[in-house]
Design a protein around this ligand. Structure first.
Ligand SMILES: NC(=O)c1ccc[n+]([C@@H]2O[C@H](COP(=O)([O-])OP(=O)(O)OC[C@H]3O[C@@H](n4cnc5c(N)ncnc54)[C@H](O)[C@@H]3O)[C@@H](O)[C@H]2O)c1
Length: 354
């Protein structure tokens, strides 16, 4: 049988995260050829060439992503640029019929996210958001147990992540960052809560500050929020950027019949507290055929080797809505923000999040 020609891939913004993703794509056994890349910093393109071991067509203008897409007969693009730039990049790529792998957070703002998601779905192409926790065993298994009713109905939750996050470079500039740490690493934890519980965000009330090691920054660094979900469960999301040194998290989902616990303090484990209060390790046996990563899922979907997209754009919309609500509540001095009101601005309602 004739060998299939490789997927023709173009990269937009191959910086830190992008280079890592592109390396994985370029080594995929189903065949991805990096045909072109665009980045205003030529050293990023040099580095990418070194990492993948071959050359590609280069573009360096701020708007050259359009030229790249128009000129290079691409099948797919990867969007790895600073947060606020995702929007124009993804809208153009979808309009030109590309399969799209996009870094988190998909785009800022509930209304933008809804528009992009609808366009992606209408295009019939593959669109996947790079939330890698959908491919990590402890979260996959927690989701499976919640779906099977092992902890009963979800009643409350505690979702905490802390990182030494000073907002370096574009991350510290409001124009690019779109919400500091709440929208950066915090995005993963909003996502994982919604994904594991399969619930939607309903309302948010909380506060944030902009301090890192006593220095006031231009973007949100730390925030604490009470979040209500669509089954009536309420709990806390705590996103911190002001911890010296490392990275820790602690995620607990509490139901009527037990609790699930995942934390960097336990290693890559999933602990289950049953109704008797006994705590046991859950074996981390992922369902057969689950892709290894967003990149793996992306390539296999394009090649029709798997049918399920584990992070379709609707997850980007759910998270954008929750992040939007968190930021608006914090910026209004802690007022309660209803997600339905944010969606209404996009001419949408809660049912559009399902
Ligand atoms: N999933 C994860 O765990 C994870 C981890 C890190 C970063 N990210 C995400 O990846 C994205 C990039 O983050 P990063 O840390 O790699 O940043 P980075 O600064 O290292 O890379 C961004 C790149 O985009 C380029 N760029 C800027 N404007 C451009 C334009 N108009 N056209 C093309 N390229 C342009 C920059 O020159 C830079 O090389 C962000 O969305 C971030 O949230 C995700």
């Amino acid at each position: 049988m004739a060998k299939q020609s490789p997927i023709r891939f173009g990269a937009i913004g191959p910086g830190g995260a992008g280079t890592c993703r592109i390396r994985e794509l370029a080594a995929h056994p189903l065949g991805v050829q990096v045909v072109a890349a665009v980045d205003p910093q030529p050293d990023r393109l040099d580095n990418l060439e070194k990492c993948i071991g071959y050359g590609f067509t280069r573009y360096t203008g701020q708007q050259d992503f359009k030229k790249m897409i128009d000129e290079c007969e691409l099948d797919a693009v990867g969007i790895f640029t600073p947060h606020s730039l995702h929007l124009e990049h993804v809208e153009y790529a979808i309009a030109k019929g590309m399969n799209v792998l996009i870094e988190k957070p998909m785009v800022y703002g509930s209304a933008n996210a809804m528009r992009v998601c609808r366009a992606m779905e209408a295009s019939g192409k593959v669109g996947i958001v790079h939330y890698q926790r959908h491919y990590e065993a402890q979260y996959i298994m927690a989701r499976e147990l919640i779906r099977k009713g092992v902890i009963g109905d979800v009643k409350t939750f505690f979702v905490y992540m802390a990182q030494d996050w000073s907002g370096r470079g574009w991350r510290g500039e409001p124009e690019f960052s779109c919400g500091g740490q709440l929208n950066d690493s915090g995005s993963h934890y909003q996502d994982i809560l919604l994904w594991m519980t399969d619930l939607l965000p309903v309302s948010v009330e909380g506060n944030a500050d902009q301090y890192h090691k006593g220095v006031h920054k231009d973007v949100e660094i730390n925030g604490s929020f009470n979040v209500e979900l669509s089954n009536g469960a309420s709990g806390r999301i705590l996103i911190m950027g002001d911890i010296p040194g490392g990275f820790i998290d602690d995620v607990r989902i509490v139901g009527t019949k037990g609790e699930l616990m995942m934390s960097t303090m336990h290693g890559r484990r999933l602990l289950h507290r049953n109704e008797k209060g006994e705590v046991n390790d859950v074996p981390l046996n992922c369902p057969k055929g689950w892709p290894n990563s967003p990149c793996d899922n992306f390539v296999k979907l394009i090649r029709s080797k798997v049918r399920t997209n584990r992070v379709p754009f609707i997850f980007g919309v759910r998270v954008a809505t929750l992040t939007d609500a968190m930021l608006r509540s914090a910026r209004s001095g802690g007022k309660k923000v209803e997600c339905a009101d944010l969606l209404a601005e996009a001419g949408a309602s809660m049912s559009d999040l399902t």
